[in-house]
Design a protein around this ligand. Structure first.
Ligand SMILES: [Zn+2]
Length: 172
């Protein structure tokens, strides 16, 4: 899933990493990727076409405006996904599906992993989806949120931020 502080991720993955599923490529969801790649060289990063553009531009991923410009060093590690694509990442046959939930950003992908749903910033329970950003689309975001509500009826939602972070304006 998204990659911020790598030192928080390492204890959870036990030295094994098959890939990184990006919910979108705003800087606060990607800034650890170069550190991660130094530990897991060429580990694939899954996103859509807009996500690749954002990974390669500190303007599009907004890091330039937060005083810490970030671009992905190894763009060759990116694997592009289309809406509905299924990935075979796990030995035990757990299904991973990319579901485009554009609106908050054109790079937004919600990931259905077995009965879990990773929504990133496309849907955070109890929080209004942020659409006052460049390249955001309010109408698309509303449609995506409706889709996520449907998908969530039989799945557990894991969002990109805890609601309390959003109240402090720390989410983009
Ligand atoms: Zn975001």
């Amino acid at each position: 899933m998204d990659c911020g502080d790598v030192d928080k991720i390492l204890p959870l993955i036990d030295g094994k990493l098959s890939g990184v599923l990006l919910t979108h490529a705003h800087f606060d969801h990607i800034y650890g990727l170069n550190v991660l790649a130094s530990l897991f060289p060429a580990v694939p990063v899954y996103t859509n076409r807009a996500g690749l553009d954002e990974l390669c531009s500190d303007k599009l991923n907004f890091s330039k405006y937060h005083g810490d410009p970030f671009v992905l060093e190894d763009a060759g590690s990116v694997r592009l996904v289309d809406n509905g694509d299924k990935l075979d990442l796990f030995d035990d046959g757990i299904e991973v599906q990319a579901i485009f939930t554009l609106g908050h950003s054109p790079s937004c992908v919600t990931w259905a992993v077995d009965d879990l749903l990773f929504t990133g910033d496309s849907y955070i329970p109890g929080v209004k989806t942020v659409t006052n950003l460049p390249h955001a689309d309010k109408q698309q975001a509303a449609e995506s949120e409706a889709l996520i509500h449907q998908l969530a009826t039989c799945r557990t939602v894991y969002a990109g931020h805890a609601p309390e972070l959003n109240e402090n304006n720390q989410m983009i």
